[in-house]
Write a protein that binds this ligand. Structure first.
Ligand SMILES: [Zn+2]
Length: 426
C-alpha cells in the first residue's frame, strides 16, 4: 500500500504532461488526461496519480490525512512562469493612458516615461519597498495558479541596484511559498549616461561583463544571465561580451532575442547553448533550425504583443513545427506587459498564435520547468515530483482557455501545502 497524508479525489479531470524533458514538435500537445481522477501526496511529493477507484485500492491514509473533494473540478500542474521582471518600483499607468491616446515612444520618453523611469524609481527605492511590492505581486501570481517564477533584474543598470534587485528577489523566494529562480539582466538597456558616450554600447557591456557578472556570481545571486540582444541596444558583438563573461562565471544563459528585428538572437542563443531565447517575434528560419538543433527552448510572451497593440505575434506554429520546444510566460513588467496571470497568457497564446489548449498547458508547465532546469522536480503531475498542483473550478482543461478573463483557480498546493483555497477534512 502507498501511504499518503493528503488525498484529492473525484476530480472531473486531471491533465498533465509527462516526463522530465521538454516536449517539442508533435509532442508539444501530448497531455495525459484522466477522468474521475485522484492524486495522493506524502509530505511534499506526489505518491499516486490515477482514478479515484484505483486510489481507494492502492492508497492508505495516515491517521490525520487531509482529503480534498475535487468533484466537478480539474487538476493541473502549477504554472511555471519563466520570464518576468517582477521586482521594480514606480508607476507607469499614466504612460499607458498616453499610449492609448496615440503617444509614441519618443513622446513618452520626453514626458519622463519609458524603461528609464522604472530605472530611476528602482534606483531610488529601498530594499524593503521593493520586497513589499514584490511579495504582493507573487501573491497575485499564486492566486492565478503560478507556483514557480523566474525573476530578472535589469532596472538598475548599475552595480548596486542590480545587486539590490537580485537580493530582494532571492529573499522573496525564501519568504514566499512560491519557488523563485533569479536571472541577472544588467544588459537590459544601455543607461542614459552611456548612450551619450562614443562606443557606449561596448563600454557598458564591458562594465556588465567585468564588474557586475563577477559580483553576481560570487554572491550567488542568480543562476542565469540574460541580455537584450536587439538592433540599437546590445547587438551581436556586445551581447557576446556579456555572454562570454556569464559562461566564464558559471551562469546559465537566457536571451531576449529577435523581438523587434531579425538580428540573429536565436542563432546566438543556440551557439551559447542558452536555456531559452525569448520573444522571437522576428525569428528567421535559420534561427528556428539552430534552436531546434541545440535544444534551446523558445519563450513566447503573447501578453507583450497584446499590451503593446502589435499586429505581429511570435510565429508559434512555425516554431513548433520546426521542432523547437515552446514555453509561455507573462513577461510581467510595468511597461510592456502589466499582467501576472498565466491563464490570461494562455488564452492570448491560443487565440493569437493558434496554439491548442494542450500545447499551451505543456508550454506553461513542463517546458517552462525544463527551461529553468527544474524538469526533474516540477512541471507535471507524476509520482516522485513535487506536489505543485492547481485546482480549476471547471470540468475540463479546455475551460482554462475557453472561459477567459475570470479567475477559475480555486485551489493551489505548493510542495504539498494548501496555499490557496480551503481543505475539507474528514
Ligand atoms: Zn523580458
Amino acid at each position: 500500500m502507498i501511504l499518503a497524508d493528503k488525498i484529492i479525489t473525484g476530480a472531473s479531470e486531471l491533465a498533465t504532461p509527462q516526463g522530465s524533458t521538454s516536449c517539442a514538435g508533435s509532442d508539444q500537445k501530448k497531455l495525459k488526461v484522466i477522468k474521475d481522477a485522484a492524486l495522493a501526496i506524502r509530505e511534499d511529493k506526489i505518491v499516486f496519480v490515477g482514478t479515484t477507484e484505483e486510489l481507494h485500492q492502492q492508497v492508505q491514509r495516515t491517521e490525520d490525512a487531509i482529503e480534498i473533494d475535487a468533484a466537478g473540478f480539474t487538476l493541473l500542474p502549477g504554472f511555471v512562469d519563466a520570464h518576468t521582471h517582477t521586482v521594480f518600483a514606480g508607476d507607469r499607468s499614466h504612460e499607458f493612458d498616453m499610449r492609448l491616446q496615440g503617444a509614441k515612444y519618443a513622446d513618452i520618453a520626453k514626458a519622463g516615461g519609458g524603461i528609464l523611469s522604472t530605472v530611476k524609481a528602482t534606483r531610488e527605492a529601498t530594499e524593503e519597498e521593493l520586497f513589499q511590492t514584490g511579495m504582493r505581486r507573487l501573491d497575485s501570481m499564486m492566486l492565478h495558479g503560478t507556483t514557480t517564477v523566474e525573476i530578472k533584474s535589469g532596472y538598475g543598470l548599475e552595480l548596486e541596484t542590480e545587486l539590490k534587485q537580485l537580493r530582494v528577489a532571492k529573499l522573496m523566494g525564501e519568504q514566499h511559498p512560491m519557488t523563485v529562480s533569479t536571472t541577472f539582466l544588467g544588459a537590459h538597456e544601455i543607461p542614459k549616461e552611456y548612450r551619450a558616450m562614443e562606443g557606449g554600447e561596448h563600454k557598458y557591456a564591458r562594465l556588465v561583463a567585468e564588474e557586475m557578472i563577477p559580483r553576481v556570481a560570487e554572491e550567488e545571486l542568480a543562476t542565469a544571465c540574460d541580455v537584450f540582444t536587439e538592433t540599437g541596444v546590445f547587438e551581436l558583438e556586445s551581447s557576446r561580451i556579456v555572454l562570454d563573461a556569464a559562461k566564464k562565471h558559471g551562469l546559465e544563459v537566457r536571451i531576449h532575442a529577435d523581438e523587434l528585428s531579425p538580428l540573429g538572437g536565436a542563432e546566438l542563443a543556440a551557439e551559447y547553448g542558452a536555456l531559452s531565447a525569448d520573444h522571437l517575434e522576428f525569428i528567421s528560419d535559420a534561427g528556428i533550425e539552430a534552436m531546434a538543433k541545440a535544444g534551446v527552448t523558445a519563450g513566447l510572451l503573447p501578453g507583450t504583443a497584446f499590451f503593446l497593440m502589435l499586429k505581429e505575434y511570435p510565429p508559434a506554429r512555425k516554431i513548433i513545427d520546426g521542432g523547437v520546444p515552446v514555453m509561455l510566460a507573462t513577461d510581467f513588467n510595468p511597461g510592456s506587459s502589466h499582467c501576472e496571470s498565466m491563464p490570461m497568457t494562455l488564452t492570448l497564446a491560443c487565440l493569437n498564435m493558434k496554439m491548442s489548449v494542450a500545447e499551451a498547458i505543456v508550454a506553461s508547465t513542463l517546458n517552462a520547468a525544463v527551461s529553468l532546469k527544474m524538469g526533474d522536480r516540477i512541471g507535471s503531475l507524476e509520482v516522485g515530483k513535487q506536489a505543485d498542483i492547481i485546482i480549476l473550478d471547471a470540468p475540463s482543461h479546455f475551460h482554462l482557455v475557453y472561459h477567459f478573463g475570470i479567475n477559475q483557480i480555486i485551489g493551489v498546493l505548493k510542495n504539498g501545502d494548501i496555499v490557496v483555497g480551503e481543505e475539507v477534512e474528514d
